[in-house]
Design a protein around this ligand. Structure first.
Ligand code: SF4
Ligand code: SF4
Length: 296
């Protein structure tokens, strides 16, 4: 049978918070009997937008990650709810607003932190995927309807269709190590969980310092020259390669880095190649590297 899924494209989220506000508009001061009690005005983010800055000024990249309830198939909240939290046939997980009265331990059961405790009403609450609207024939939730960039997409599909879509579009679960089989899947998740290494290259020409456009920048794990001479083997392959832009800037994205020694090799025709080692612990800006003209 067809079930509901939410597809979130990290690349498209601009942190406008329209989704968050639409959720508030739908649920604050509104009771939806059988689905959810009224959401408090403050303190609960049924769809939260996490933020991360990669790099360092002036070469930075801001990434935004919308995080609602994942409507997991193997949901720890369902297991902890003793029948008061249920998984519907259509994939939606609902917290019974009456039967969960006083269950203050329920928020801790969710590894994604998607359940909030309503102190005043004395009950746990979370995103319902606007089940009260879908049950009336809606084809959107309030958040997917409000998203101006297409970052949020509600998809009704069978498990087999969704598996094919996920494989074709590179959709991934957030924190797969939680093993909860979420029905919320992410596109371009590497923007969030990979590293960005950037920097600038300049050159000296006729006594003036200029941007080095078109330089080839290679990033290696360790020192490839030392490794090559130690083993007598061939040069190791770079982890990644970038070409500097018109401002001499380079960005190497999508890296999975372990803290430790890395090295750069920079080449531009007419200038002496430069190699240097650097400790990289994660996303960073390695600063400006100066090339010197080859004297003839
Ligand atoms: S994300 Fe948390 S609250 Fe939502 S279904 Fe999974 S375990 Fe339950
Ligand atoms: S409405 Fe769309 S673009 Fe705006 S914060 Fe939400 S997911 Fe991001």
């Amino acid at each position: 049978m067809a079930r509901w899924h939410l597809v979130i494209d990290v690349e498209r989220c601009e942190d406008c918070n329209n989704c968050f506000l639409a959720c508030k508009d739908e649920h604050v001061d509104n009771e939806w009997p059988g689905y959810a009690a009224s959401q408090p005005r403050h303190g609960q983010r049924w769809i939260d937008i996490l933020r991360k800055e990669r790099g360092r000024y002036p070469l930075v990249d801001a990434v935004y990650l919308p995080v609602p309830c994942m409507h997991c198939d193997d949901a720890p909240c369902v297991a902890a709810g003793g029948g008061a939290v249920r998984k519907r046939e259509d994939g939606i997980v609902l917290i019974d607003p009456v039967r969960t009265q006083g269950m203050s331990e329920l928020p801790a059961s969710c590894p994604y932190g998607a359940i909030f405790w309503n102190e005043e009403a004395g009950l746990p609450q979370k995103c319902t995927l606007c089940a009260h609207l879908l049950d009336q024939g809606w084809r959107d939730t309030r958040c997917t309807q409000a998203c101006p960039t297409g970052a949020l997409r509600l998809v009704e599909a069978s498990d087999m269709q969704m598996q094919a879509t996920a494989a074709g579009q590179g959709l991934e679960a957030l924190n797969p190590e939680y093993a909860t089989r979420p029905r919320v899947l992410y596109k371009n998740l590497s923007r969030w969980d990979s590293h960005l290494v950037c920097g600038s290259v300049s050159l000296e020409r006729d006594g003036l310092v200029e941007c080095a456009a078109g330089a080839t920048v290679e990033l290696y794990a360790g020192d490839p020259v030392a490794a090559e001479s130690a083993t007598g083997g061939s040069a190791s392959a770079p982890l990644s390669t970038a070409i500097t832009d018109a401002f001499g800037d380079f960005r190497i994205d999508g890296l999975v880095l372990e803290p430790g020694g890395y090295s750069f090799s920079i080449a531009l025709e007419g200038y002496a190649p430069v190699s240097y080692e650097v400790d990289i612990a994660g996303s960073c800006n390695v600063g400006t590297i100066r090339l010197q003209e080859v004297s003839l």
